[in-house]
Design a protein around this ligand. Structure first.
Ligand SMILES: [Zn+2]
Length: 342
């Protein structure tokens, strides 16, 4: 099976990160790419470079002012005397009921949810190529492949239509789902990342054509805090088309697979024509975030269980941070899913 990735995706190299207010190295490091590439190759996937798909598939979901911000903010930021080397917000609108700010500092606060997604001169191109990897994987599945893997880095599931957050800029999983919608009347997104896919939920919250399901560590005391709770079910025509399955901290394979069973019931009832898996590997017991305790064989069982849905599937990389087993966990998932069978 095919995997998609472009070298440009590695250039984004964020430095700043605040964890409980303390400065730490940003965990979304370019080295993740090497581990994930090795993992995909071990599973028998052939790595291909995506084509340049232009702004169309990204602008289908993200607002023009947000995309303009992502493309130009670094250059504008550098003109501010004494500003930080990377774009990092220090003021946010407490509610988005006021006016759209004209200043670079104001716009950084408007378009960035937190300090985990600093923007450098390389960020825009890396994020675009990451999204184009997702587009290419979706088009491959639309052309008849049973599945394809997009090595999306930077990741995407915390990005809303006009807000970056949690290492994410362009919502690659959402972009893949929207591309699939050209052929598929209904698309389901199953997010198995450690963290709730709040951006994806936000983008499709009022839509009944894309079902969003997320398994994650309970946000009651975990990022992204404000979203991911079980009572968030969608709104308007999208009411009932969002399912959150928060898990107690340190939940291991059995609890994760049980919740996955609940997710499958909902997905089967929705009867989608295609599936996007937002594949975070940070639910791993040895991941630096330490939120859940899924094992390496557990990822294999998760992949195997998802394959049984029998749907054309786009697998989009989300989180999963540096640890010895990062590549092995991807291999385990893809092999369980069926990576060596075709
Ligand atoms: Zn995550």
């Amino acid at each position: 099976m095919k995997a998609f990735y472009a070298e440009e995706q590695k250039r984004h190299d964020p430095k700043a990160f605040l964890s409980s207010g303390a400065a730490k190295p940003n965990p979304e490091m370019p080295e993740r790419v090497e581990r994930l590439l090795a993992g995909a190759i071990s599973a028998g996937y052939a790595i291909e470079r995506p084509r340049n798909h232009g702004l169309g598939p990204v602008a289908a979901l993200h607002t023009p002012e947000y995309l303009d911000f992502l493309e130009h903010i670094f250059e504008r930021w550098q003109r501010i005397e004494g500003a930080s080397a990377e774009v990092i917000p220090n003021i946010h609108p407490i509610a988005r009921s006021g006016s759209y700010p004209a200043s670079a500092v104001g716009q950084a606060g408007y378009h960035m949810a937190d300090t985990a997604c600093p923007i450098s001169g390389e960020t825009w191109q890396s994020a675009l190529w990451s999204a184009w990897s997702a587009v290419e994987a979706a088009e491959t599945v639309m052309a008849g492949a049973p599945a394809a893997y997009a090595l999306c880095r930077p990741p995407g599931h915390h990005a809303f239509a006009d807000v970056a957050g949690g290492f994410c800029f362009i919502n690659n999983s959402a972009v893949a789902a929207q591309v699939l919608r050209k052929q598929a009347a209904r698309v389901a997104i199953l997010d198995v990342d450690l963290h709730h896919g709040n951006g994806t939920q936000g983008i499709f919250y009022a839509r009944p054509d894309v079902l969003t399901v997320s398994l994650h560590a309970d946000p009651v005391r975990f990022y992204p805090f404000f979203w991911g709770h079980a009572d968030e079910r969608g709104e308007g025509p999208g009411l009932g088309y969002n399912l959150n399955l928060p898990l107690p901290r340190k939940s291991a394979d059995a609890a994760f697979l049980e919740a996955l069973g609940v997710a499958f019931q909902r997905i089967r009832a929705f009867s989608p024509d295609a599936l996007v898996v937002a594949l975070g590997l940070d639910a791993f017991e040895g991941d630096p975030f330490g939120g859940l305790s899924v094992t390496t064989p557990g990822f294999s069982r998760i992949g195997e269980a998802i394959a049984k849905l029998g749907l054309p599937t786009v697998i989009v990389q989300e989180g999963g941070y540096l640890c010895d087993e990062l590549g092995d966990n991807l291999t385990a998932f893809l092999t369980g899913f069926g990576g060596k069978k075709s």
